[in-house]
Design a protein around this ligand. Structure first.
Ligand SMILES: [Zn+2]
Ligand SMILES: [Zn+2]
Length: 537
């Protein structure tokens, strides 16, 4: 979730505040945000949140934590435009203090003097941070690759990296995502060849799906479409929003007359149409998912249309994405996605090994801390640094919540602080406790058992045999005998209760639940959710 805290004396700055989309086993959880207990405990010390770039995994939790912190947020213009949008959606914009910075700019936050250094990545306006502290300079790369031919012409600021390297850097914190890839990550421009080929070959309309934040990609798709004599349309909320934001900031060149209005997409000459759609990961309600089953409000998909998936297939989403691709093939659509054989229709935004080595060699830090990735990525990035031999002091492999203290004479691991994840159901904007997830897992795995009792409200006597309804627990014929025994368990529970207990529905329900749970668990080794219902007669 990419949140790093830098503290000097009694002053704190926070670098990035991202969110994560949950794994499938977190049932009903929409998003996961970092546990900010440490920041809440030290609220009076927190000076600011400083952002490296506008990807969800770096800005997404701001609406959920800014209420507790109430500090200024620093970022570049595109990054802040995306933050503004999120805050607006949560009705928090009026209270927010957003401060725009540009690459090359210096700001001072208490003991920290920060310079923003431009880096290249899959989105625009990304920066690394060079932070002067009382004990030395710290470099935080943010997410980066070294794109030597960036689409927007804004190069990775290698000169600044070299300058800090010459001056001497205390610690380097660097992106580890693609450490398993040898060589260099191709430039964003690498997708042009194949994309152009596909655009020229397409017999009918073209739908391209990419991440809505991939402004470079969107620009190139627009450019190629126009070169091929086609016009572009945009569908999907995030796609439309981001295009609007980037265009408003003059970061996307869209010539007048090159856009087909949403309501005209259906009737526009398919041979002259390229539609940019969001939903690369086959998210259930996304544009591309709907298009794939021909259930989109604005466009329909037909035989010989072309669909290009210009994005990575994120692990965990394969099933959904390939199901969507199958739907498209069934409709005789020409589908193209990353298969590793031909020229790329997607390139990564993260550095490969050679770029990581270059950064290590330019910075030559005393201490090195790999960031961003699973533990194996951090581990391999540490090994790579070892191999390069550019780190004069120690390399720290840190888990979330593990602080390192830098002093005038060394760097030391300190006692871990509270860190971890908070689960959010975005429908209710409430935190979900782990216990709720556990209950949902019981429901999903072992089903539900509902004993129904009709009790006389005056005497507390059962009016009839208890009914038991089950769902997802046992097939009803197999379960018949078990349910007969379960009924006896319920009868015994009631028999053994006092008159007082019998008229207190809360108590009697809980007793039935506990006894039934013990019985069913013993008989079936399952733990269904048990929900007693009592009808007063
Ligand atoms: Zn990231
Ligand atoms: Zn990123």
């Amino acid at each position: 979730m990419n949140m790093m805290v830098l503290r000097s004396g009694d002053e704190i700055i926070v670098i990035d505040a991202g969110l994560m989309f949950p794994e499938a086993e977190l049932l009903g959880v929409d998003i996961v945000i970092p546990d900010t207990t440490y920041l809440k405990q030290h609220r009076h010390m927190v000076r600011a949140i400083v952002l490296t770039h506008g990807h969800e995994d770096h800005i997404g939790s701001i609406p959920y934590i800014i209420g507790d912190l109430d500090v200024p947020i620093y970022g570049t213009s595109f990054t802040l435009a995306l933050v503004r949008k999120r805050l607006e959606e949560h009705g928090l914009l009026d209270d927010a203090d957003l401060r725009e910075v540009v690459p090359g700019q210096h700001i001072e936050l208490g003991p920290f003097k920060i310079e923003f250094l431009h880096v290249t990545h899959s989105t625009i306006d990304c920066v690394a941070l060079a932070i002067r502290t009382p004990v030395g300079v710290i470099i935080h790369t943010g997410d980066y690759k070294i794109d030597q031919t960036p689409v927007d012409g804004a190069p990775f600021d290698l000169h600044a990296f070299a300058r800090y390297g010459r001056e001497g850097v205390l610690a380097l914190f660097s992106d580890s995502t693609n450490v398993e890839r040898p060589g260099f990550t191709p430039s964003e421009r690498a997708v042009v060849t194949r994309m152009e080929e596909l655009f020229r070959a397409a017999p009918k309309k073209i739908v391209v799906s990419c991440f809505a934040s991939s402004i470079h990609r969107i620009q190139q798709i627009i450019d190629i479409a126009l070169q091929c004599g086609k016009k572009v349309g945009f569908v999907g909320r995030s796609m439309v929003d981001n295009v609007e934001i980037a265009h408003g900031l003059k970061r996307l060149r869209i010539p007048d007359g090159s856009v087909v209005r949403p309501q005209d997409l259906r009737t526009y000459d398919p041979q002259k149409l390229v539609v940019l759609a969001s939903g690369t990961q086959a998210e259930p309600m996304s544009s591309l998912s709907r298009i794939a089953v021909d259930n989109h409000r604005l466009i329909s998909i037909e035989e010989n249309d072309t669909v290009i998936l210009s994005a990575r297939i994120i692990p965990g989403n394969e099933k959904a994405i390939f199901r969507m691709i199958d739907h498209l093939f069934r409709r005789q659509v020409l589908v193209y996605y990353e298969s590793g054989r031909s020229a790329p229709i997607h390139v990564s935004g993260h550095a490969s090994q050679e770029e990581m080595k270059l950064v290590l060699n330019l910075i030559r830090p005393k201490y090195f801390i790999p960031l961003h990735g699973e533990y194996r990525h951090l581990f391999r990035h540490a090994a790579l640094a070892q191999q390069v031999g550019a780190v004069s002091g120690e390399i720290f492999l840190l888990e979330s919540g593990q602080p390192v203290e830098f002093t005038a004479d060394g760097a030391y691991r300190r006692e871990p602080v509270t860190a971890g994840r908070v689960l959010v159901d975005s429908g209710s904007l409430e935190e979900i406790e782990e216990v709720v997830i556990r209950e949902r897992r019981h429901l999903a795995e072992d089903g539900v058992v509902v004993p129904i009792l009709a009790i006389d409200k005056h005497t507390g006597r059962l009016e009839s045999q208890p009914e038991i309804v089950t769902r997802g627990f046992l097939p009803s014929d197999d379960g018949q005998e078990l349910m007969n025994k379960a009924r006896e368990v319920i009868l015994k529970t009631i028999e053994q209760s006092t008159a007082e207990e019998k008229t207190d529905w809360g108590v009697i329900k809980e007793k039935i639940r506990v006894d039934l749970k013990r019985f069913l668990n013993k008989q079936t080794a399952k733990r269904p959710l048990i929900l007693p219902v009592i009808l007063e007669i």
